[in-house]
Design a protein around this ligand. Structure first.
Ligand code: KIV
Length: 272
């Protein structure tokens, strides 16, 4: 037992996040580096996900499939260096858990050793549920992820709304119940109709965290760079921008360039 485990009054632990069920107040965000993690640490965000969306927003790729466990572990280590209050969850990337429970345990272990307190896996079929069961059995908390699961983008044929037909909605609903049974401490619902997310949220006893899943989930998550407006072009309907940082950054860099050109930077006070 460690004396250094974060005080549960201060830190958002897995049990504390579970207790946020039904309150509708869980605010989660993705993060990929220590600089942003240090900023998040100074806010009231309760859960931080090192998302495999790093593949998109950090590496500029058009899917999450190419990012591997070593990159995810490095990003997790960086975020952990700046964070102590929010619960740190790390995404298990494509093929880091699907092959077998042994592979999943080894790779989840790498993320926990890098500082994550829990891992997230996508999907709710019987194969994935068995793997989740094994992870939970060895003491690794698991967050589920249903609806639009980006690692299955090629099966879906794009980043489309899921659970549109009654049959698909029922399938997602059933899988959500089974993921809870398998031991997930919370479940992300991505890009599903609000009514489906509402039904799942009302049925489960673990918190649901929505992204493009309407207002009825127990919590919400957004990709940090989307919320901050770091990509002027990317404006999906479910993202609310709370800042326009791309514009601010461009303006700052243009002012800096002008100052250098005009000899205004550095000044005498900024020189040795
Ligand atoms: O990778 C990610 O950023 C995610 C969130 C969108 C939930 O899985």
């Amino acid at each position: 037992m460690s004396r250094n485990y974060p005080d549960a009054k201060e830190a958002y632990t897995v049990p504390r996040i579970r207790k946020m069920k039904g309150k509708g107040s869980l605010a989660a965000i993705t993060c990929y580096d220590a600089s942003f993690a240090r900023i998040i640490e100074e806010t009231s965000i309760q859960l931080v996900l090192v998302g495999d969306s790093a593949a998109n927003v950090i590496y500029g790729l058009d899917s999450t499939l190419p990012i591997g466990i070593d990159e995810m572990a490095m990003h997790t280590r960086a975020v952990a260096a700046g964070l102590s209050k929010a619960l740190l969850v790390a995404d298990m990337p494509f093929l880091s858990y699907q092959p077998s429970a042994e592979v999943a345990i080894t790779n989840a272990g790498k993320l926990l050793q890098a500082g994550a307190k829990a891992v997230k896996v996508e999907g709710g079929g019987s194969h994935i549920r068995a793997i989740i069961g094994k992870l939970v059995e060895v003491g690794i908390p698991v967050m589920g992820h249903l609806g639009l699961t980006p690692q299955s983008v090629h099966r879906f044929g794009g980043y489309k709304l899921q659970g549109r037909s009654e049959q698909d909605a029922e399938h997602i609903f059933e899988e959500a119940k089974l993921l809870e049974e398998a031991g997930c401490f919370s479940i992300v619902l991505e890009k599903v109709p609000a009514e489906l997310a509402k039904g799942i949220t009302e049925t489960l006893s673990v918190p649901t965290i929505g992204i493009g899943a309407g207002p009825h989930c127990d919590g919400q998550i957004l990709v940090l760079y989307d919320l901050l407006g770091l990509d002027s072009e990317f404006r999906p309907r479910f993202v609310r921008r709370y800042a326009e940082l791309a514009e601010e950054i461009k303006e700052a860099l243009n002012r800096y360039t002008e100052d250098v050109k005009e000899g205004r930077f550095p000044s005498e006070e900024e020189s040795f």
